[in-house]
Design a protein around this ligand. Sequence first.
Ligand SMILES: [Zn+2]
Length: 132
Amino acid sequence: MIPQPKFDLGQHVYAVTCNRVGKYANCTACNSKKYILINKESFTCPKCRGSGSWYTGEEVRHMLAANGFIGKISIEAYDQKYDRPNTIRYQLDSTGVISGILWDEENLFSSKSKAMEAILIRNKNHEEEDSD
Ligand SMILES: [Zn+2]
């Protein structure tokens, strides 16, 4: 059976993506002032080299990536005997319809508030994973 897409052609949707972004901590030597005082003279903080913070690694953050109108729906459906998952992907006018980004159905939402809600939940789940 051919799976039915959740969204329709021409529908306006919001796309969520996840990126690896740098994590920074405030400098504890200069309290992020970027300089330290030695005998009342100001020097660039040797710990953070004047940046006020330093890189502590990467984290996965979900975020709003785009919004636009659905211009193309691609359904890849397999017969049961191949035991492969079906996929439904969408292309938006804002990110390219003839050639462009293919958005998985699970990353599209019919409203900005639904997308933001999903972002909060997904980011929270990552924070819980990170703290293990
Ligand atoms: Zn510093």
